[in-house]
Write a protein that binds this ligand. Structure first.
Ligand code: ADQ
Length: 483
């Protein structure tokens, strides 16, 4: 039984160089947490980019960096600034990301980006070959590395390879516009198991495989040469206990122990008890529908002016990919919209929108989740959307209303939320009104179901289910060969 090799664009640690010494700090993101059960002890290795380009890495520290990474079970792939520019900001985030989120007009088809994407994927595949044996199990993550499975398969025909896509897989009609569509599919088909968040993404992928490369597909299996490739959906969960425990701890804090943000939120509640807080948290990304949400909020206040001074929208946007032009434009648009609406509608006692453009520490996220009466998440497309799940997990008294876009993968599992179409302002205005007036018993009843499901299908279960399915596939493959 070999070890498990995990591969993602970024490693689950952050390197910090100060005074000539290196520290590797584990990341706290969803993926890093979820993989804990898979990535533990000496049984696994995580391969990825360290976050420092070659230009930012002092040569004399290379060995120390490798040592620091090794302590966390990690090994790095070296990338220079040009590669990051064309592979990460280029093909990954200016070609694939917009296309897979149905923003066809933003998608750039640059040969230059594609060539670097191939070269960098080859670097990752080479790092896997160098660091693994034939009987290891390999799990490749996400859209930056879609060619890796096939590149590894060429050198290691019998190794077990799984791939998970964290973003949507678009419908055939969208996917077919990509000049390198066959190469991407062939890259993915190097895997034994390909996982998606939802059944629809799985269906779209199978349809593209059938129609673009004419392979035999039966139910969720693809037949290629002498191999059978399984395609399945694995909806990603959250670390439910972590959010739950943090919320319980938050509830137990005395006034002295409360953060400044929490005191401000408490003051707000105390000074205007019949006012409700609506929360939205996202990376500042055009796929998250932030600008539309602000417009919809303005529309809500026009349609139902009686809610002026009764609601406040908190927008927490974490800076993201700020050297891609569309993200800069979006930043300007959101800044202007918030400025205009606050300028036009604010009164001495009321600012309709509180806008934070920054990453906040975990404790502050908990302050916001626990203090908000409504969470309003309106992605135009979203692979899953973990914020929706995090909000529900922190509601210790089961109060709170989740308004969620039906375009988010999480909407498939969160039927008790109020599901909306983010392009329909009329529906959203009415839904906000409904949320505002929802009886507590109804909130409790809806959230009871949601919490039970989130607790059961947490991120650890997600990772274990994927690994179980991959190993099962390996055993079946062995039985098939020995027959
Ligand atoms: P993201 O697009 O990043 O992930 P999401 O699933 O919502 O989207 O995860 C965001 C994470 O960042 C959450 O855990 C949230 O708590 C955190 N976060 C957001 N704003 C923050 C802020 N200002 N400060 C600190 N933390 C903040 C991609 C896909 C998703 C998919 C995930 C996992 O786009 O669709 O759900 O991967 O597969």
């Amino acid at each position: 039984m070999g070890k498990t090799i995990i591969i993602s664009n970024r490693l689950p640690v952050q390197l910090q160089i100060s005074n000539g010494s290196i520290t590797a700090i584990p990341s706290v993101g969803g993926l890093a947490t979820g993989m804990k059960s898979v990535h533990s002890g000496g049984e696994s290795l995580w391969i990825g980019w360290s976050g420092l380009t070659d230009e930012e890495t002092p040569e004399e520290l290379e060995d120390d960096i490798d040592k620091a990474l090794k302590e966390h079970g990690c090994a790095k792939v070296k990338l220079n600034a040009d590669e990051i520019d064309r592979f990460y900001y280029g093909f990954s985030n200016r070609t694939i990301w917009p296309l897979f989120h149905y923003f066809l007009k933003y998608s750039e088809f640059e040969l230059n980006y594609w060539d670097t994407y191939k070269a960098v994927n080859q670097k990752f595949a080479d790092a896997i070959i160098e660091n693994s044996d034939e009987d290891d199990t390999i799990w490749v993550h996400d859209y930056q590395l879609m060619l890796v499975p096939q590149m590894v398969r060429e050198k290691r025909p019998d190794t077990t390879i799984g791939f998970f896509l964290h973003i949507p897989f678009p419908s055939f009609e969208i996917f077919r516009t990509l000049p390198w569509r066959e190469e991407i599919l062939e890259g993915l088909l190097g895997s034994d198991l390909i996982g998606f968040h939802t059944y629809d993404y799985e269906r779209h992928f199978l349809s593209s495989v059938r129609r673009l490369i004419g392979l035999d597909v039966s139910f969720n299996e693809i037949y290629l040469d002498n191999r059978v490739i399984k395609v399945d959906s694995f909806p990603m969960g959250i670390d439910y206990k972590k959010f739950r425990d943090a919320a319980v701890l938050h509830d137990s804090k005395s006034k002295d122990e409360r953060s400044d943000l929490q005191l401000r939120l408490d003051n707000h509640k105390a000074s205007a008890p019949d006012t409700k807080l609506i929360l939205s948290i996202d990376r500042l990304d055009y796929s998250k529908g932030i600008a539309k949400r602000i417009n919809a909020f303005e529309y809500f206040l026009q349609k139902y002016p009686e809610y002026k001074e009764k609601v406040r929208l908190i927008i927490l946007a974490v800076p993201s990919r700020s050297n891609v032009p569309q993200y800069q434009l979006l930043k300007r648009e959101v800044d202007e919209l918030v400025g205009r609406i606050n300028g036009e509608l604010s009164t001495v006692n009321w600012t309709p929108i509180w806008y934070f453009y920054r990453s906040l520490p975990f404790e502050s996220l908990i302050d916001l989740y626990t203090s908000s009466d409504i969470a309003w998440l309106t992605p135009l497309r979203d692979g899953m959307n973990l914020v929706a799940k995090e909000y529900i997990a922190t509601r210790t008294d089961k109060s709170g209303v989740l308004i969620l876009s039906e375009m988010a993968g999480s909407a498939y599992e969160m039927n008790e939320a109020l599901l909306i179409n983010p392009n329909n302002f009329e529906q959203q205005a009415d839904t906000l009104k409904r949320a505002f007036n929802m009886p507590l018993e109804e909130q409790v009843s809806r959230n009871t179901f949601l919490q039970k499901r989130l607790e059961r299908y947490n991120v650890e279960v997600w990772a274990n289910e994927f690994m179980r399915s991959l190993k099962e596939k390996r055993e079946l493959g062995k039985a098939f060969i020995s027959e």
